[in-house]
Design a binder for this molecule. Structure first.
Ligand SMILES: NC(=O)c1ccc[n+]([C@@H]2O[C@H](COP(=O)([O-])OP(=O)(O)OC[C@H]3O[C@@H](n4cnc5c(N)ncnc54)[C@H](O)[C@@H]3O)[C@@H](O)[C@H]2O)c1
Length: 239
C-alpha cells in the first residue's frame, strides 16, 4: 500500500521566531509547508503576504493549492505587539494591532477553510498570548486582540468539529524571539528576561521549539479529540 500524500500546512508569521520554528518542525514531520509573511524566509518556503489584506491571502492560498494541493493545516503565528499608555493610544495603532493579530486570523481561516470542509479534515492552531490570561499594562490593544483570538478559537471549534476540523489556541509565555528581545531592550517587559526567568517555575525562558512541538502534536492525526482548548506553553507561569 502506498503512503498517503503529505498534508499541506500554511504557517503565518513563519519568517521569524515562533512561526519559523513551527514551519521547520512541520516540514521535518513531512508536511508540505508554505509560510505567509511580510518578510521573506531563510528557507525559501515563504510567500510574501500581509495577512491583513484578504486579496493577498486568497492569492497566496491559490498558489499553495497549485503547488501542493488543498490546505488541511493552518497555524496562525503572525503577530505584532505594541506598548502605549491606553489614554494616549491612537485609534490607528489600536486598529493596526487588532488587524494583524485578530483580523489576520479571520482572513486566513476563511481563505483555507473550504479545503478543510471539502476534505472533512482540518487542523487550525492560533498562537495567542499568555497576556490574555491576566492582562498587561500598556498592551490593551494587543491583549484585547489575543483574547478575541481565544474566543474565536472556542467558537470555531464548536462550529467546525462535526466536520473533522479541530481548532485550538496556544498562548505562549515568554519565548526567546526578536519580539521578546526588542520589548526587553525598550524596557517594556516589566523587568529583564533574567528577572522573568527567576519568576518562572521551570526557571528558563521559552524557546520557539517549545511552541513548535506543541503545534506539531495539535496538527497530528492523534490530536483529533482535542479541540476548543487554550493550551498554555509558559513554563508554569500564566502571565
Ligand atoms: N515571543 C513571545 O514571548 C510571545 C509571547 C506571547 C505571544 N507571542 C505571539 O507569538 C507569535 C509569534 O511571535 P514571535 O515572538 O515569533 O515574533 P516575531 O516578531 O519574531 O515574528 C512575528 C512574525 O510575524 C510577521 N508579521 C507581522 N505582521 C504581519 C502581517 N501583517 N502579515 C504577515 N506576517 C506578519 C513578522 O514579519 C514576523 O516574521 C505572535 O503572534 C506573537 O504575538 C509571542
Amino acid at each position: 500500500m502506498s503512503a498517503p500524500p503529505a498534508r499541506t500546512a500554511v504557517v503565518t508569521g513563519g519568517a521569524s521566531g515562533i512561526g519559523r520554528a513551527i514551519a521547520r518542525r512541520l516540514a521535518a514531520e513531512g508536511l508540505n509547508v508554505a509560510v505567509f509573511d511580510i518578510a521573506s524566509t531563510e528557507d525559501g518556503d515563504g510567500l510574501l503576504v500581509d495577512v491583513t489584506d484578504r486579496a493577498q491571502v486568497d492569492k497566496a492560498a491559490d498558489t499553495v493549492r497549485e503547488r501542493y494541493g488543498p490546505v488541511s493545516v493552518l497555524v496562525n503565528a503572525a503577530g505584532q505587539d505594541g506598548f502605549t499608555r491606553f489614554a494616549e493610544l491612537p485609534f490607528a495603532d489600536w486598529q493596526r494591532v487588532v488587524d494583524i493579530n485578530l483580523n489576520g486570523v479571520f482572513h486566513c481561516v476563511q481563505s483555507v477553510l473550504p479545503d478543510m470542509w471539502e476534505g472533512r479534515w482540518g487542523r487550525i492552531v492560533n498562537i495567542s498570548s499568555s497576556s490574555a490570561h491576566s492582562g498587561q499594562p500598556f498592551m490593551a490593544h494587543y491583549v484585547a486582540a489575543k483574547s478575541a483570538v481565544n474566543g474565536l478559537t472556542k467558537s470555531l471549534a464548536l462550529e467546525l468539529g462535526p466536520r473533522g476540523i479541530t481548532v485550538n489556541a496556544v498562548p505562549p509565555g515568554f519565548i526567546d524571539t526578536p519580539m521578546l528581545r526588542t520589548a526587553e531592550q525598550r524596557q517594556r517587559l516589566g523587568g529583564t528576561v533574567e528577572e522573568h526567568i527567576a519568576r518562572t517555575p521551570v526557571r528558563r525562558v521559552g524557546r520557539p521549539e517549545d511552541i513548535a512541538a506543541t503545534c506539531a502534536f495539535l496538527v497530528s492525526e492523534e490530536a483529533g479529540y482535542i479541540t476548543g482548548q487554550i493550551i498554555g506553553v509558559n513554563g508554569g507561569r500564566n502571565t
